[in-house]
Design a protein around this ligand. Structure first.
Ligand code: ATP
Length: 314
């Protein structure tokens, strides 16, 4: 009882990964970012972030994908905590503990997810009473995907991805993710390759990309087959050019019976949409039994965005 009374308060938040059901890349803007239109879905692959008051700003990372995540001030979770503190005039540092179950540099926005969870957890710890919109403004400063990870669900992202509009989606979609066993793909490298491909092919990017209406109606109808038919990622050719094995992986998944498959965001994680839960299990088994992939994760979407995990207090 005494130790419980003496231990500093802590707040834990849980945050999902994302998959881009559609990613349309427009021209490069004056600020160096590309204009985007994307349809995000939050999926049930979660990182957990715990914050507690401390003497110094610090971060520790555990879990399946802890390797390679910086524990310096570069860690996006720590940047989120310091940025929120600055905005809210908070001077007490926090220690951040991340349980990392989202692949790193995998195109599933793991770093952005940790930033979103940290914002939610610190906002609660410091009892700031901020609105979601105010938190989203800070989230957008941290990265284009961070506001979506606060929202969760299924949503359209515009601007550079940070302007989030919820989309109507019925039912649950069943996914199988194959994270890369090799090194990740850096997002800037994939965009750079995309720009080279566009120039080489003499293409003119749509200055005002908008979501495919067929995708919005597939989501509304909860129709996995129709959704699979319109999954699309403008960055896929670039990711496959840098990592040709990803093309083989997509072909293998389709051969094993997936409804659709695509590179997730800037890759290299590959996402497969399945007809139902049973089909997702079958696909995962096919990958592992054939030796095509050893590390396979099943998940469903849409799920909620970053949320404080309730604690039972005596
Ligand atoms: P996105 O889909 O948003 O492009 P990603 O999934 O490809 O992102 P992340 O997992 O966010 O990539 O990691 C990108 C880089 O960010 C990593 O290589 C790592 O050095 C750095 N990073 C900083 N903070 C974190 C964090 N908390 N978790 C993971 N990576 C982090």
């Amino acid at each position: 009882m005494t130790s419980a009374l003496l231990s500093p308060p802590s707040v834990t938040a849980r945050v999902p990964a994302k998959v881009n059901l559609e990613l349309l890349v427009g021209p490069v803007r004056d600020d160096g970012f590309h204009t985007l239109s994307t349809v995000y879905q939050a999926v049930s692959l979660h990182d957990t972030v715990t914050v507690r008051p401390a003497q110094e700003w610090e971060v520790a990372v555990h879990g399946t994908f802890a390797d390679g995540v910086p524990t310096t001030a570069d860690n996006l979770a720590l940047r989120a905590a310091t940025l929120l503190a600055e905005a809210a005039d908070v001077v007490e540092p926090v220690h951040v503990t991340i349980r990392k179950e989202i692949p790193v540099a995998g195109g599933m926005a793991g770093g952005s997810a940790d930033a979103a969870a940290t914002l939610v957890a610190c906002e609660h710890l410091w009892d700031l009473g901020m609105t979601k919109d105010a938190l989203c403004d800070i989230a957008a400063e941290l990265g284009s995907d961070v506001p979506f990870l606060l929202h969760g669900g299924t949503a359209v992202g515009s601007g550079r991805g940070e302007i989030v509009t919820p989309a109507l989606a019925r039912g649950t979609f069943h996914w199988v993710f194959v994270p890369s066993t090799g090194t990740g793909l850096s997002t800037p490298a994939v965009y750079g390759e995309h720009d080279r491909i566009v120039a080489r092919r003499g293409l003119t990017p749509d200055p005002d990309p908008t979501p495919n209406p067929a995708m919005m109606s597939a989501l509304l109808g909860g129709d996995a087959e129709a959704l699979a038919a319109v999954l699309h990622n403008d960055l896929q050719d670039a990711a496959v050019a840098l990592r040709p094995d990803l093309g083989d992986l997509i072909d293998a998944g389709m051969g094993f019976g997936a409804l659709g498959g695509l590179v997730s965001g800037s890759g290299p994680t590959v996402a497969f949409l399945c007809a139902d839960a049973e089909a997702a299990i079958d696909l995962a088994v096919s990958f592992t039994a054939s030796g095509t992939a050893t590390n396979v994760v099943r998940a469903t979407g849409p799920v909620a965005g970053a949320q404080v995990v309730p604690t039972s207090r005596a």
